[in-house]
Design a binder for this molecule. Structure first.
Ligand SMILES: NC(=O)c1ccc[n+]([C@@H]2O[C@H](COP(=O)([O-])OP(=O)(O)OC[C@H]3O[C@@H](n4cnc5c(N)ncnc54)[C@H](O)[C@@H]3O)[C@@H](O)[C@H]2O)c1
Length: 306
């Protein structure tokens, strides 16, 4: 099987490339390297294509493939240029959609749990989206574009994925936009007490990248055109993260709580409803927070410096 992966040198894209190659797929790894880490593609056999998803001519020159996994996006939610954000994330998506349609290829594209904004949890795919920033809005536009097309069955498969909070190997280049788990690890590795808002009981649905990437690849054999949440279905607290990192690093660093300046607008709980995911994808996420953090810290972060 030939698969085009966009955003392939990014955090999740590179993990997707590895899984596809382990399954014997021939991969075209497309990235413009604007916010990637080329080291993420170390060991990959993929043909690397350095191109911008907004560049129609470059996309038109790509070889025929059986499937496309579209991960490329501006992923920093604090990115200030709304025009560029929507251009890359939405117009770039449409270019990739048109490419898949011309090649009659399956398309799995990446939306985000950000589309739910401050909506109620557990978050269901059917609830009203409330995008709160240009990033969330750009993903919402991709879903709005896709939903009517899903009914028409123009592509052999059109499936959207709403990742929740993904963490794991390959996220180093994201800096301040990397996961809370990576940020807390860096503080604790430096021997500092981990800083979190009072009193660390805010909860998020953290999913290990090995699960998120594996589910993304499994989505290629889904039988329905649809949009699915990709989370664990179990929100966990910042205190839980600190405790799991302490266990993995054999430290005993107490949280350092500070006042949350955004307290009135802050969401204390985001959690995926994964009922639909379990219907669409055979194997739901396998890693608990403790197992994911243990693998990440011991086998990746402590094993080799990024
Ligand atoms: N990490 C998360 O927790 C999370 C949560 C929800 C959704 N997502 C989505 O998952 C996907 C992957 O995110 P990630 O965390 O791996 O982020 P990432 O920033 O590591 O990866 C995005 C990749 O896209 C590339 N890219 C950016 N603009 C491009 C362009 N114009 N043309 C070609 N390539 C371009 C970047 O260089 C980068 O390698 C994104 O679509 C993101 O919005 C991620």
């Amino acid at each position: 099987m030939k698969v085009l992966v966009t955003g392939a040198a990014g955090f999740i894209g590179a993990n997707v490339v590895k899984i596809l190659e382990n399954k014997g797929a021939q991969v075209y790894a497309l990235d413009d390297f604007s916010s990637a880490n080329f080291k993420n593609l170390e060991g990959a056999k993929a043909e690397v294509v350095c191109a911008d998803v907004c560049d129609e001519k470059a996309i038109a020159k790509l070889p025929a493939v059986d499937a496309v996994i579209h991960e490329a996006a501006i992923t920093d939610t604090t990115f200030k240029d709304d025009k560029k954000m929507i251009m890359v994330n939405f117009e770039g998506f449409k270019n990739i959609f048109n490419f898949a349609a011309r090649k009659k290829a399956k398309l799995v594209y990446i939306s985000s749990a950000a589309v739910y904004g401050s909506g109620p949890s557990p978050m269901k795919e059917t609830q009203k989206p409330q995008p709160l920033n240009a990033y969330a809005y750009s993903k919402y536009l991709c879903d709005c574009f896709s939903m009517p097309i899903m009914k028409k069955k123009i592509l052999p498969l059109l499936l959207g994925i709403r990742y929740f909070n993904v963490y794991g190997p390959g996220e180093h280049h994201k800096g301040a936009a990397a996961s809370m788990i990576y940020q807390l690890y860096l503080q604790m590795k430096a021997g500092k007490r981990p800083c979190v808002f009072k009193f660390g009981e805010q909860k998020r649905d953290f999913i290990y990248v090995l699960d998120a990437a594996r589910i993304t690849v499994d989505a290629l054999v889904a039988k329905t055109n649809t949009i699915v949440n990709v989370g664990t279905g179990k929100a966990r607290s910042f205190n839980d993260i600190i405790s799991a990192i302490n266990t993995s690093m054999k430290t005993n660093l107490e949280p350092d709580y500070f006042d949350n300046p955004y307290v009135s607008a802050y969401q204390n709980l985001t959690e995926a409803d994964i009922t639909h995911l379990k219907k669409v994808i055979k194997n739901p996420p396998q890693y608990s927070l403790e197992d994911g953090i243990s693998d990440y810290v011991k086998n990746h972060l402590l094993a080799k410096q990024p």
